[in-house]
Design a protein around this ligand. Structure first.
Ligand code: SIN
Length: 272
């Protein structure tokens, strides 16, 4: 039976992030609840749910499918029996963790995911926070001259240099695609910056020196804490971010402790 209670949405900052209470993601959501979750994501760009201990793989995928088709990760192989789910795991034997630099997910795909839903069942005593930044707030804060300069620009996003060094034994072709530097959110119509340190190799149509200087400026601009929210995980919490207007970064300050869970991505559209 679908749940009927109304959700409580508690904003965490003025620009990005809200905690949602009053819903069990492992049980079917009512139409009204899924509409409220969808609206909260549009309003706050990343939303958090705590205490979801019953979110098994089937429930995780069912929740994700409320927002669109699930995407298969183009860089990391899914877990056995669930190709749409990737494990996010670090422990005393880890040599790297996923997402340690600012990025939006899979932006080298022709159609990067609209969103990702990360569930962590095990978290370190302290540390392991995820930082999220609003790229619409970053865009809004640019000067009008910089907005005009960036308007028609296109950047190349390449996954090869991200995944090949991590999985040198895998013979795979990773995606590489061009996307606008400023993208328009397909639902809200808001503009946001769509370049990130992890995947972007260069801005097209300008010299290498100009591309590097502009990207360095934009990355420093996007890292302003005024555009950010920092999520302090608790066991069995869930983060659901809108990949079209945010970037995120995982901190790895808890070695050798364990941080572990699973992520699904919801398919998206070609950026415009
Ligand atoms: C990711 O980039 O999806 C990982 C985020 C995290 O582990 O906090």
């Amino acid at each position: 039976m679908a749940q009927s209670q109304a959700l409580q949405v508690r904003p965490l900052t003025r620009r990005i992030g809200a905690e949602i209470e009053g819903v069990d993601l492992a049980s079917p959501l009512s139409n009204r609840q899924s509409e409220e979750v969808r609206q909260a994501l549009l309003d706050h760009q990343v939303i958090f749910f705590r205490d979801q201990p019953r979110l098994d793989h089937a429930a995780h995928k069912r929740f994700g499918r409320l927002f669109g088709e699930l995407a298969i990760h183009s860089g990391v192989v899914g877990i056995g029996g669930h190709p749409e789910i990737v494990a996010i795991h670090a422990d005393a034997s880890s040599k790297f963790v996923a997402g340690e630099d600012w990025h939006s997910d899979l932006t080298a795909d022709a159609c990067p995911p609209m969103g990702s839903i990360l569930y962590l069942h095990t978290v370190p005593e302290t540390g392991g926070d995820t930082l999220f930044a609003s790229m619409s707030a970053a865009y809004d804060a640019l000067s009008e001259k910089m907005k005009a300069y960036l308007e028609e620009m296109v950047a190349t996003h390449d996954a090869d240099h991200v995944y090949r060094p991590l999985f040198p034994d895998l013979d795979r072709k990773y995606p590489c695609n061009d996307h606008p530097v400023v993208r328009t959110h397909p639902v809200t119509g808001k503009k946001s910056l769509f370049v990130n340190r992890s995947y972007v190799t260069r801005i097209k149509g300008v010299s290498e020196a100009e591309s590097s200087a502009i990207l360095a400026y934009l990355y420093a601009h996007c890292a302003n804490p005024n555009f950010q929210v920092r999520f302090r995980w608790t066991p069995h919490a869930v983060a659901f971010w809108d990949n079209r207007c945010t970037q995120h970064m995982a901190t790895w300050d808890y070695f050798p402790e364990t941080r572990s869970g699973f992520r699904v991505t919801v398919a998206g559209d070609r950026p415009f």
